[in-house]
Design a binder for this molecule. Structure first.
Ligand SMILES: Cc1cc2nc3c(=O)[nH]c(=O)nc-3n(C[C@H](O)[C@H](O)[C@H](O)COP(=O)(O)O)c2cc1C
Length: 189
């Protein structure tokens, strides 16, 4: 009888340790949606918020210490120049700890057929190794261009998932359905 009690105590202790140490049985971590948006239409922000609601995630915006000007020619010059450096633009500290997330959605408007300089700076600054990374973007007339390949190049040790893209000016009422279909197709819901 004593032996049986000892065995039971040992088995239960081992189970408690497994749950405590390894998170077995713990609730899955929330995904995080990180995005940059520049235009007054906030096209990428709208997609980011739609994803966040569908996946019940946390969300945060990539913000510049000194925001880009709102003038189109000025942002073209500044964005192009910053894409040639590895430390610009300077970003504000994120209000979340990336260590708390295993899945990170990363979104940007398309700039010069690829990511915007702020998303590039975010990916250069933050190591997303070992995480699931899911890119999304909005574009003008040119489509996503090299965006998905370029994001993957900056996340060499992440698991990349098929991303989402749409024209920024496309009908807003179709957005929810498009996002749901994409999330379902990729097993993200
Ligand atoms: C600096 C800059 C460069 C851009 N380059 C492209 C491009 O190469 N191809 C494209 O289709 N759209 C381009 N656009 C348009 C944006 O990608 C598009 O309007 C996007 O939906 C804006 O998203 P936002 O509202 O989140 O800033 C560019 C816009 C800016 C400001």
């Amino acid at each position: 009888m004593k032996r049986l009690a000892l065995i039971l105590v040992t088995v239960f202790s081992a189970m408690f340790m497994l749950v405590g140490c390894c998170g077995v049985g713990a609730a899955p971590k929330k995904p995080l949606v990180v995005y940059y948006t520049w235009s007054t239409g906030e096209n990428t922000k709208l997609v980011a918020e739609t994803i966040q609601k569908k996946v019940n995630g946390d969300i945060c915006e990539i913000k510049l210490v000194t925001p880009y000007p709102k003038d189109y020619s000025a942002v073209v010059s500044a964005g192009q120049a910053d894409l040639k450096t590895n430390d610009k633009p300077a970003l504000e500290k994120l209000p979340v700890d990336l260590a708390d997330y295993d899945t990170v959605y990363v979104g940007s408007p398309i700039w010069f057929a690829s990511y915007s300089s702020p998303l590039r700076a975010f990916l250069l600054k933050n190591d997303l190794s070992g995480k699931k990374v899911i890119p999304f973007c909005t574009y003008g007339n040119g489509g996503p261009g090299r965006f998905f390949d370029d994001v993957a190049k900056l996340c060499p040790n992440s698991t990349m998932v098929q991303g989402f893209s749409r024209a920024g000016a496309a009908a807003k009422d179709a957005l929810e359905g498009e996002v749901s279909a994409w999330l379902e197709k990729n097993g993200l819901l």
